[in-house]
Write a protein that binds this ligand. Sequence first.
Ligand SMILES: [Zn+2]
Ligand SMILES: [Zn+2]
Length: 122
Amino acid sequence: MGHIYKYNCICGYETEAHIGAGLQGVNLDLIGRYFPKDREIIVSNRQDIKKFILKNALVKCDKCKKIFVLPCLEYEYNSEEIIKKGECPTCKGIVDICHDIDDVTCPKCNQFMIRELIGHWD
Ligand SMILES: [Zn+2]
Ligand SMILES: [Zn+2]
């Protein structure tokens, strides 16, 4: 189950983020839609892959000055933790994953943002 958070900044910037993994997190068709090469690795090495999950990660694009969620694929292969993330859908640039979702600074003004849990999603 994923969480829905609302992030607020005193400058007025606010956004809602569906973070985490839903029921589709282990759906290989869905994984293939975002990460076709990694899906192949998972399917052909199924016995060596300890875990895999597609989840929504909170990311920040410095160029677009926005925070939003992107599908990220996490799996373990050859005792290596692999994290694959997409690119910014707007500028096609590289985004930074916010690993600590409680410590997020505003993409507009760089101040600490208030996080509020407003719901759950499947
Ligand atoms: Zn961008
Ligand atoms: Zn701000």
